[in-house]
Design a protein around this ligand. Structure first.
Ligand code: CU
Length: 341
């Protein structure tokens, strides 16, 4: 046999290592927050201990088979059955002790991971209420000063290094908050407040995904999480607090009139306009977001056209009706939505 196979086998770990270097957009190996880093450490400790134990089991199994064969051969040769075996006795005691030590080790590692997560999560500086809806995320930044309370949707911004408490609630069915690069899962249950605290440690854009089946569009219930330096976060917050910009072009003004007085306004809120619906994503700064319809597609003119014209063909069953706008209305509405930076 040529050297090709061993060489390839040797390369495999390198390839796997390479996979670890990519940006962890949605990955348990993201390590982008204290919580995920603790889970990761724990994961590797569990893997190491369990792999060691597994290897021992296999070694003993093989050794046992070989010994048995030899013993059987012995019986055939000498006609004697072998007696109780002191070596086996000691080995079993050692084995039991090893299992005890291994399990205790895992328990201790879990305890310390839990403690260090709890410690990092003390002194929460920021509180955000995340409410699950079929099939989008309502996001409210709670501030002591009510005029600073910010309402937005589908894109969560978190300041780097700041312990942030997420209060999780639901308006309809059970959803689950899961941004693997940051932390583990936590359910959003109607009528019950769950919470978790996250301390982001890496800037970047991460993808979250509803992790509890919540209806036909469950798979299209994603969440964009932006972790940014504190100063950028404050700038973002201040900008998001501003009312929607005034439209200037005639087309956008026509769109403004339709959106803020037509059916859209009974579901959607747009800050600083008569549109004040509360049962759908806040659109005040829609065009500043990276995705449309809870991560279903990237934000952009073409996708806005597609969505507003016929949301039912993009997310069948979605709680936004296909209204059937005339082409000139559609142009105007999209032109207006694009101004909502
Ligand atoms: Cu879901």
């Amino acid at each position: 046999m040529s050297l090709r196979w061993p060489a390839m086998a040797a390369l495999l770990p390198l390839l796997l290592l390479g996979a670890c270097q990519v940006q962890h957009y949605q990955s348990d190996f993201g390590g982008a927050a204290v919580e995920d880093r603790q889970f990761l450490t724990l994961f590797w400790i569990f893997i190491a201990v369990c792999a060691f134990m597994y290897a021992l089991v296999v070694i003993f199994l093989v050794a046992g088979i070989l010994r048995m064969r030899r013993a059987e051969a012995n019986v055939v040769e000498t006609g004697r059955h072998h007696q109780s075996d002191p070596l086996m006795h000691t080995t079993l005691i050692g084995w039991t002790a090893l299992i005890g030590v291994g399990l205790a080790g895992l328990a201790i590692a879990s305890f310390f991971a839990d403690r260090s997560m709890a410690k990092a999560a003390t002194n929460q500086k920021l509180s955000v209420t995340l409410t699950g809806n079929q099939w989008w995320w309502d996001i409210k930044y709670n501030a002591a000063d009510a005029s600073k309370t910010l309402h937005t949707a589908n894109e969560l911004h978190l300041p780097l290094g700041v312990p942030t408490r997420l209060i999780l609630d639901s308006n309809d069915v059970i959803h689950s908050f899961w941004v693997p690069s940051l932390a583990g899962k936590q359910d959003l249950i109607p009528g019950r407040e769950n919470d978790m605290t996250i301390v982001p440690k890496k800037t970047g854009i991460f993808r979250g995904q509803c992790a509890e089946f919540c209806g036909v569009q469950h798979a299209h219930m994603a969440l964009v999480v932006v972790v940014e330096p504190y100063a950028d976060f404050v700038r973002w917050w201040d900008h998001q607090l501003q009312p929607a910009p005034q439209p200037t072009t005639p087309l956008a003004v026509a769109g403004y009139k339709y959106v803020t007085s037509g059916p859209c306004s009974s579901c959607h809120n747009i800050g600083g306009t008569p549109a004040s619906g509360q049962i759908a994503p806040d659109l005040t700064h829609l065009a500043s977001r990276k995705s449309l319809a809870a991560g279903t597609m990237p934000m952009g003119e073409g996708n806005l056209y597609g969505w507003v014209e016929d949301p039912q063909s993009i997310k069948p069953g979605v709680n936004m009706p296909t209204i059937g706008l005339e082409p000139d209305q559609l142009h105007a509405v999209v032109a207006y939505l694009e101004t909502l930076k």
